[in-house]
Design a protein around this ligand. Sequence first.
Ligand code: RP5
Length: 160
Amino acid sequence: MDVAIVMGSISDWPNIKQTASLLEKFEVSFSTHVISAHRMPDQLQEFGKQAKHEQYKVIIAAAGGAAHLPGMLAANTTLPVVGIPVKTKALNGMDSLLSMVQMPSGVPVATVAIGDAGAKNAAILAAQVIALNNPKVEKSLEKFRNNQTQEAINSNDKLE
Ligand code: RP5
């Protein structure tokens, strides 16, 4: 598998299944995992340490609240980690966003937007990395971009 999608809780899945759907569309191979940083700290560390050995090329990590999952995965691997801040009830995901994007110097988490846009952009960003060495994925991405452009152009027809 090229990409690992890791989420902190099964409660993240309704948001994160959009990431999985887009990776499928781009024909990027991936696996999905629930690994809670605070409820499964040993498993989290093990996953990060083994990720390169498992041949993953990118890790997508989604979490909400005090969202240490992506940062702790990044601390245990030199693979690129894309963080998705899950929208929370208490603070609308600002907590998730800041705890990912404000990683101290030395261990980056490539943080995307809160919620749906982030879930989709994480898949696109991961596919762009995979496309560097995979012409089939590169083609899928080009098609996706062209369709998106065409839809935006066509939306002019809806103006009165
Ligand atoms: C985080 O805490 C998860 O990523 C989730 O977004 C949030 C709440 O988890 P649950 O209490 O719903 O399992 O670890």
